[in-house]
Design a binder for this molecule. Structure first.
Ligand code: SAH
Ligand code: SF4
Length: 350
């Protein structure tokens, strides 16, 4: 088992059947060895820095019906909200004053936010805060819209591929297309965005083969960022009774991502912090190097309920920043409030 870990570290790759074998036979000893190497690789690549991104969840309306998600259109009990562009700018102002130089605008797939309204918003944010990097995470749109938003100044786009298994993807996403999601990621890269892909761990029906395919896909795509979090059920969805993904499995996936796509930025996700109060710190210790404190107005925080028990819904932005700064320090890392571009982006001078 250990030889697979050493091979992963020295070559940055593993054959599919070796990956499957490793995933199926991961014991405590192998895990400890893996984590030692992933921490080492992270220090070689990014040092002890942890990049901060200010997250603004600006709309909980969604036209999609992803089976796992509390914002799905079919959840008639969800309380919906939509921040106006001025309110989003206010969040950015507050974040900027707190020192943030990267904002992530995330939402359900909300048609109220047309290409024109979004373009105007991006232009406004970038003219008010020209020294910031702007990330969008708004789901699937057409190429023209992606392109307009990029020209308006958006720099990055997060669109998790969710799972690289066509079978699993189709079972979880009614009326969505596995191929279209992948095409979106390709299009975003071709336009010039720094792109973030990623997947959930512990989805009902997910196998070791499926997870191996996630890594094979990620290696081919070579994204700037990789978001990996546990699936956590939401009680108003068809998967209400399903089991959540485990902390250990998610940490192993974060670690494998660090070795297989070593230049990627990898967030310690809120979902991991929800699963375990120390989950994000543990992720930082096995290769993650980004955290995303919440800058959304406190009045809407608990309405952006992707899954049950989501943390950080009660604190003001300043408290969120402070809390995460403390946690990063205690875990032995240092906070970087800069733009925090990926190594790939720096090399390409994007
Ligand atoms: N609508 C956009 C962005 C918001 S959802 C999109 O789907 O791309 C952001 C991410 O939340 C999704 O990519 C998904 O991976 C994650 N997510 C949704 N429901 C979840 C759940 N129940 N447990 C864990 N993560 C979830
Ligand atoms: Fe909508 Fe995104 Fe939730 Fe799917 S995961 S229902 S697209 S918010």
């Amino acid at each position: 088992m250990k030889q697979f870990v050493h091979k992963l570290y020295s070559r940055g790759e593993l054959a599919r059947d070796e990956l499957v074998y490793l995933l199926e036979h991961m014991d405590a000893e192998t895990r400890a060895e893996l984590f030692r190497f992933t921490h080492r690789r992270r220090m070689e690549k990014y040092g002890d820095k942890v990049y901060m991104r200010g997250l603004i969840e600006f709309s909980s309306f969604c036209r999609r019906d992803c089976l796992y998600c509390g914002l799905r259109a079919g959840n008639r009990n969800a309380e919906r909200y939509r921040l106006k562009p001025e309110q989003i700018l206010d969040c950015c102002r507050e974040g900027y004053d707190l020192g943030f130089r990267t904002f992530v605008l995330q939402s359900g797939e909300d048609a109220w936010y047309t290409a024109d309204i979004l373009t105007e918003l991006v232009l406004n944010i970038k003219s008010n805060f020209p020294d910031t990097a702007l990330t969008l995470s708004i789901g699937e749109r057409d190429e023209i819209t992606y392109s307009k938003l990029y020209k308006a100044g958006a720099n990055r786009f997060l669109l998790r591929h969710e799972t690289a298994s066509r079978r699993l993807y189709q079972s979880l996403h009614p009326n969505m297309s596995f191929d279209n999601r992948r095409n979106c990621l390709k299009t975003l890269q071709a336009i010039g965005y720094q792109v973030g892909a990623g997947f959930m761990v512990g989805l009902p029906g997910q196998t070791a083969e499926d997870l191996a395919d996630d890594f094979i896909y990620l290696k081919t795509l070579n994204p700037d960022m990789i978001g990996i979090g546990p699936f956590i059920p939401h009680d108003q969805t068809p998967l209400a009774g399903a089991r959540a993904g485990s902390l250990e499995d998610t940490l192993v996936m974060v670690a494998l991502a660090r070795l297989l796509v070593p230049d990627a930025l990898i967030p310690a996700t809120t979902a991991l912090g929800t699963l375990n109060s120390e989950g994000r710190e543990m992720a930082l210790k096995v290769g993650a190097n980004v955290v995303m404190p919440n800058l959304s107005p406190v009045s809407v925080r608990n309405k952006y309920a992707l899954y049950n028990g989501k943390i950080c819904t009660g604190d003001e932005s300043a408290q969120c920043r402070h809390c995460l700064e403390l946690r990063i320090g205690v875990a032995g890392f240092s906070v970087d409030m800069g733009r925090g571009d990926s190594i790939k982006a720096i090399m390409a001078n994007r």
